[in-house]
Design a protein around this ligand. Structure first.
Ligand code: NAD
Length: 252
């Protein structure tokens, strides 16, 4: 199939269901001719994926809470499918208590958990994948505007996203000499499983929608199309960047 990703193999991390941003990315990448490998967090999510993902798409276990899992997952991908052209990292988690009320009440455990899963994991993934990334490969992660503004209840995840965006810049510098690029998409609010963990997420979604240029929320497929561009050779001049795909919410 022709397309800007024809001949490329991309690992997509973070599909939980068909509402996931990672699924919008997967569909966009496949539409551009990529071969996609999906990773899943646990057996429950594997079963969810098996309900809607074509059986020809490889599924690999990878819980990023543990570096050994990440190493094992990429070793297994390398052994079965060889070198890869890119990765989408669409993973985040924070415990509910850190996504409500006053940020000043954030506990050390809550802080560490959100940073580990939502920000540090990008470093672990980049390190594990490094030996199998082809020259010209591209890594893309997902962030949110709450990294720059104090969005009500986004709290700990905003801090983790700020760290994630800094990770993107430092990784871009490290991997650049190997001709590997690293960028982030700052996506607009979309109703996914992750968002429902935020206290009063309905208000957040409503407010975000009211701030888009046309009153309509961004679609996961629109986010995926930009991910496809960032993974393609059309964006070889971009690295260490954060690109908004939020239909203008950041303009207000
Ligand atoms: P989602 O719930 O569909 O996806 C989150 C994914 O993270 C799930 O697949 C889950 O299995 C995975 N995950 C959590 N802990 C993990 C672990 N320990 N190991 C492996 N995987 C783990 O939600 P989503 O909104 O599609 O989230 C994808 C990314 O997009 C996240 O980084 C999120 O912060 C970001 N984002 C979301 C929005 C939004 O409004 N939904 C906006 C901007 C950015």
């Amino acid at each position: 199939m022709d397309g800007i990703l024809a001949g490329k193999t991309i690992v997509v991390m973070g599909v939980a269901n068909q509402r996931s941003i990672a699924w919008g990315c997967t569909e966009a990448l496949m539409a551009q001719g990529a071969q996609v490998i999906l990773t899943y967090q646990n057996d429950r999510l594997k079963q969810s994926l098996q309900r809607f993902v074509a059986p020809t798409v490889p599924l690999i276990a990878c819980d990023v809470a543990d570096d050994d899992n990440v190493d094992r997952a990429f070793a297994s991908i390398k052994q079965q499918y060889g070198a890869i052209d890119g990765i989408i990292h669409a993973i985040a988690y924070a415990d509910k208590a850190t996504l409500e009320g006053e940020f000043v009440n954030t506990t050390k455990a809550g802080y560490d958990l959100a940073q580990n899963i939502s920000a540090y994991s990008l470093i672990a993934v980049a390190r594990a994948a490094r030996p199998m990334l082809k020259s010209g490969a591209s890594l893309v992660t997902l962030t949110y505007f709450g990294s720059e503004r104090a969005v009500p209840n986004y709290n700990m995840m905003g801090v983790a996203k700020a760290a994630l965006e800094a990770n993107v810049r430092y990784l871009a510098r490290d991997l650049g000499p190997q001709q590997v690029r690293v960028n982030a998409i700052s996506a607009g609010a979309v109703k996914t499983l992750a968002v429902t963990g935020i206290h009063e997420h309905q208000q957040l979604l409503k407010l975000s929608r009211s701030m888009t240029v046309d009153g309509e929320p961004v679609k996961t497929r629109e986010i995926g199309n930009v991910a496809a561009f960032l993974l393609s050779d059309l964006s070889t001049g971009m690295t260490g960047d954060v690109v908004y795909v939020d239909k203008g919410v950041h303009l207000s």
